[in-house]
Design a protein around this ligand. Structure first.
Ligand code: ZN
Length: 118
């Protein structure tokens, strides 16, 4: 799906979110190589938000700010409820308040799941 110009030159790419070996090269300018876990969460968020907000998926990137997508706090609460259902996590309010970008959200979900999945 993507052509990877910079593969293999500097060792395996690292996931920018959690530092694991990155596997999933995202189709975005940064070419971020997320690990399987972060990648899965990101793709879920991406698809979910694209559908909810009727935006193109390419508009929703790791560095995209939630507020810039037009998500107000109520919208975010709804997304979080869906996330909690999907991933079986419980996200504290103060954590949600601290999320600025999509990356923040993906990182948190990914870390939380990391705890019991070794
Ligand atoms: Zn990761």
């Amino acid at each position: 799906m993507t052509d990877s110009l910079s593969a293999a030159e500097a060792g395996p790419p690292r996931c920018p979110l959690c530092g694991r070996v990155g596997l999933l090269a995202l189709v975005e300018p940064s070419g971020a190589a997320l690990c399987a876990r972060c990648g899965e969460v990101f793709l879920w968020i991406n698809e979910h938000l694209a559908r909810e907000l009727r935006r193109k998926k390419e508009m929703i990137r790791l560095t995209t700010e939630l507020r810039k997508l037009g998500l107000d706090s109520l919208d975010v609460v709804e997304v979080v409820m869906d996330l909690e259902e999907e991933y079986g996590v419980s996200v504290p309010d103060d954590v949600v308040q601290g999320w600025v970008t999509i990356a923040d959200l993906v990182r948190w979900i990914s870390e939380d799941r990391d705890a019991d999945a070794a």
